[in-house]
Unconditional design. Structure first.
Length: 108
């Protein structure tokens, strides 16, 4: 078609399970559901607070693997934010006077 190439918008979705999940995401969510079932089986659910605490592992892991636009999921956003805040950021100056030699390094 007029020598135009159409590149798929999201080519990495083919590598994901069901187009949304990495294997680690499903393991994490499955672990949260498993812990929730174990808590429901062994704790009395007569109190509303205990019921919410029993359901919290599945809710938290479900929130972490929930797909988010422009990112993979909430877990990836948290991991990238942690990496950004804990690693040293080094920015090199490449402004309008970088090659002109106006900015000179200090001699020690």
């Amino acid at each position: 078609m007029y020598d135009n190439y159409l590149i798929p918008a999201n080519t990495k979705r083919g590598k994901l399970i069901l187009g949304w999940f990495r294997p680690f995401d499903l393991y994490l969510f499955g672990g949260g559901i498993l812990v929730t079932f174990i808590l429901i089986a062994f704790l009395p659910l007569s109190n509303a607070l205990v019921a919410v605490l029993c359901l919290s592992p599945a809710i938290v892991t479900g929130f972490l693997v929930m797909p988010v636009p422009h990112y993979h999921n909430m877990l990836v956003i948290i991991q990238e934010g942690y990496e950004f805040l804990t690693t040293r950021q080094r920015y090199r100056w490449k402004g309008w006077c970088w090659k002109s030699g106006v900015i000179k390094k200090k001699k020690r």
